[in-house]
Design a protein around this ligand. Structure first.
Ligand SMILES: N[C@@H](CCC(=O)N[C@@H](CS)C(=O)NCC(=O)O)C(=O)O
Length: 207
């Protein structure tokens, strides 16, 4: 049975769990990370020297980095489903997966630590405002893209990129601050809730 190591409160662990759900893939998840077992322990470090979740172990094969994991699972257990058909479609899915992990995720970092995690040391109003401004700029890029496709982030079909992006959109709505109203993003989130597995497995239970 596939092992998934990581707490469900991690957005990157939820990426993996959502992909498993789309692929109807049975797995056993173990709670590791903040509030649970310590990823700095030697057992965990032997699997991922970065001490970060998620990690998977699939019949002895170990893999970390959530985007690599979702691609691996879709290739191995879904015959490439959700990764695009034509080369260009595959590349666009990779583009949006990469953008979510680097550009979008880094924009919200300070605001999320301050407003959701309420972490000590994240209390500068100016830094919170800057983070929200950067995050809003990225969400405007997403909104414009969704206006173009009229459906999903990389085109008309649901893909692995939407798994990453959908969780980011959920976080946007969960964060407590006054937001610009992005109509295409709102429609997208409703579409994901209607047409995919995002509403199941407790995936919407965390900010
Ligand atoms: N680039 C990595 C990032 C992994 C990451 O930052 N994981 C966070 C949770 S989202 C973590 O392990 N935090 C420490 C902890 O929970 O102990 C990935 O996509 O898998």
């Amino acid at each position: 049975m596939l092992r998934v190591l990581g707490r469900l409160s991690s957005i990157n662990v939820r990426k993996v769990v959502w992909m498993c759900a789309e692929l109807r893939l049975d797995h056993e998840r173990e709670d590791w990370g903040v509030g649970f077992r310590d990823p700095q322990s030697p057992d965990f470090l032997a699997l991922n020297p970065n001490a970060l979740v998620p990690v998977i172990e699939d019949q002895g094969f170990v893999l970390w980095e959530s985007s690599a994991i979702v691609r691996y699972l879709a290739r191995k257990h879904g015959g490439g489903r959700l990764l695009g058909g034509a080369l260009e479609d595959q590349a666009l899915i990779d583009q949006w997966l990469g953008w979510q992990a680097t550009e979008l995720n880094s924009s919200w970092s300070y605001a999320v630590q301050a407003l959701i995690r309420k972490k000590t040391g994240y209390d500068s109003p100016a830094d919170i405002e800057n983070s929200i401004a950067g995050w809003t700029e990225k969400m405007a890029i997403l909104d414009a893209q969704l206006e173009r496709t009229g459906a999903y982030v990389a085109g008309t079909a649901f893909s692995a990129a939407d798994i990453a992006m959908g969780l980011s959109v959920q976080r946007w709505y969960a964060a407590p601050f006054h937001k610009r109203d992005f109509g295409n993003v709102a429609g997208y989130f409703e579409r994901l809730k209607r047409e995919t597995e995002i509403s199941r497995h407790g995936l919407l239970d965390y900010p």
